[in-house]
Every structure is written in C-alpha cells, then in structure tokens.
Design a binder for this molecule. Sequence first.
Ligand SMILES: Nc1ncnc2c1ncn2[C@@H]1O[C@H](COP(=O)(O)OP(=O)(O)OP(=O)(O)O)[C@@H](O)[C@H]1O
Length: 353
Amino acid sequence: MTGFETLRLDGVTRRFAGADALTGLDLEIRRGEFIALLGPSGCGKSTALNCLAGLLPLSAGSIWRDGTRLDTLPAERRGFGMVFQNYALFPHLSVQKNVSFGLRMRGVPRAELRRRTQAAIRLVHLEEHATKLPGQLSGGQQQRVAIARAVVIEPSLVLMDEPLSNLDAKLRLEMRTEIRKLHQDLGLTTVYVTHDQEEALSMADRLVVLRSGRVQQIGTPEEVHTRPANRHVADFLGFRNLLPGFFEKDTINIKGLGVRTAGSPVRTIRDGAPAVAAIRPEDITLGGGVEVTVEVAEYHGREIAAEARTADGLTLHLRTPQRLAPGDKVAVTFPPEKLLIFPADDLPSEEAA
Ligand SMILES: Nc1ncnc2c1ncn2[C@@H]1O[C@H](COP(=O)(O)OP(=O)(O)OP(=O)(O)O)[C@@H](O)[C@H]1O
C-alpha cells in the first residue's frame, strides 16, 4: 500500500463543453479521515470523485499525495479502491474471483492471494456465498462484494460513489454502520459521495458541501449541522423553514408572521437589509407566540410533521410529538438560538455577480 499523510486537492476544476461541473475545489484529506462529499443532484460530487480517481482529467488545478503530484498519473497507478452505485461486478465471475481480481492483476502470489481474498470475504460476512455468481446474490450482498473487492488491495484511499442508493431503507442503515466500521477497523481513508444529509452526517468525520460545482462549506458534522455557512447549506441540511424578511438589530421581521423575531445572525447584516430566517421544523416549539392553523398533518411514528399557516398566509413546517390534526389552532415560538438569520443576498460570489 502507498500510504500518505495528506492528500491535497488544489483548485481542482473540471469543465464539460465550456460549462464548469466543478470549480476550484481546495481540500486537504488527512490519512484515516472519512470525508463525505454532499450536495444535490448535479452539484459536481461525482465529478470531484472521478477527478480524484483518475477517471476524468482535470481542466485546471492539481492533486498531491504528500509531495508527489498525482493528477498526472493514470487511475491504475494511484492505488485507490473504488465502489460504485451499480456495483460494477463481473457477472461471470464468482464472488471469490471478483474479490481477488485486483490481486491477480497485481501479480500477488497464490497463497497470499487466497489468504487476503478469504479475509476480505470474511470482513463483509459473505463466507457462505463465496462460490456464487453475483446474479445469485441480493443487492446488499452484491454491494458487499464490491466493498470487499475495493478493500482487498489495501488501497491508500477508498472512493465510494453513492454506494447504498440501490438498497432498501433498512439495508441502507445497516450498511452505513458496516462501512463506517470497516473504515475504522482497517484504518482506511475514505471519500464518500452522497446526496443524503443523514448518511453524510452519521458517517463522515468532515463534510464537503457542494452546490453548482462550488464548495459551500467544509466542516465536521456538528459544525455543518448547527452552523450552516449560508442559506443553501441550511436548506440542504434540514432547515425546511426559510422565511424571508428584514433584519434589524439581531431580530428579523418575517413577512406574514406579524411579530419581530429574535435570532442568531450568522454574520454581520446591515439594519434594514433583506434577510432570511432559517429554522428546522423540530426546533419550532408549540405554545406561546404566534397562532397558526394546521393544514396538513403527517404521521411519522413518534412525531407528527405538520404544515401550518399564519393568519397572514405564511406557511410553517412543524415537527412535534403532539398529535396535531388539520384544523387545529396552535401557538408557535421560535427559540432565538435555533433561528439563524442569513443575509438574503448570500450567494457564492460568482453566482451573485
Ligand atoms: N460527461 C459529461 N458531459 C457533460 N456534462 C457533464 C458530464 N458529466 C457531468 N456533467 C455535468 O456536470 C455537472 C456535475 O455533474 P456530477 O455528475 O458531478 O454531479 P453529481 O453531484 O454527482 O450529481 P448526481 O448526484 O446526480 O450524480 C452536471 O451539471 C452534469 O450535467
């Protein structure tokens, strides 16, 4: 294995027919880290991963493994393991042969090949299925084969592109934990692409949030979850209520709410400037403040997710253990520490231009 201390992406840019799919990505990945690339469809996640893997040449920028330039090396010389959404297994080869493929290509001696292949299969709990063909396995089992095949070569970096998106909800949760555990047990360094914020928050040490090919924020799950850098990150991370209004001295006058509301500005905002208040449905508390009428109530087990409207027509998304039903009138309050206030013109510089 070619180990490294840091892998550095320096202004990595990729254009397709003149349009930027990824613009100036700067990122330092430390050995042992689990990095999630997170963002909506088309934001450039796969492009970033493919640039890193060597499957796409860069339009500008460079990639460095410690002091060595990497982006000029072909994919097979980077020593990375890849796991894709569609598994990409060889259908005519058994599980064993799929897993040992990379070792055979590298000319690993027979005895070692057998030992490492068995160990990788054991790791993903597929011992009983070792001689089967991929077509005889379930989706989750096939994804496990793909993971075993990627880690058996003891790669310096494992790249995963939405590896769980073809699995059902229950299996997805199980595999999440398994992948995180494998990452820890094997001391891997992992870059994981997903559009699922929960997946990214629960698995990664650090998240890179992308939008329209540009980094919006890099931070730990807690940083990104509690302090999104702008309203787009907030929107993507579950702040379903994005309420326009006007800022004044740490408060915002939200249109259609009728009362001035205290909040936490994420940066300096000019008094009187247009602003956006962001709050998660589960952070709006019932009781106190402003009266709203429940219009839609969805059952979510322990909680009800509701859509409610103020007298002035402002729609709010709520989430509460209280058994709300359509037609109910309730009062709601916004805890100031949970209500973030963003400047309304809070767009990445290029887009605003
Ligand atoms: N081969 C290509 N030719 C032209 N445009 C491309 C190509 N690959 C990607 N793009 C464009 O680049 C942008 C980023 O695509 P990318 O696949 O990286 O996004 P993504 O975040 O991975 O999306 P998804 O989650 O839908 O896979 C998109 O606008 C896409 O249409």
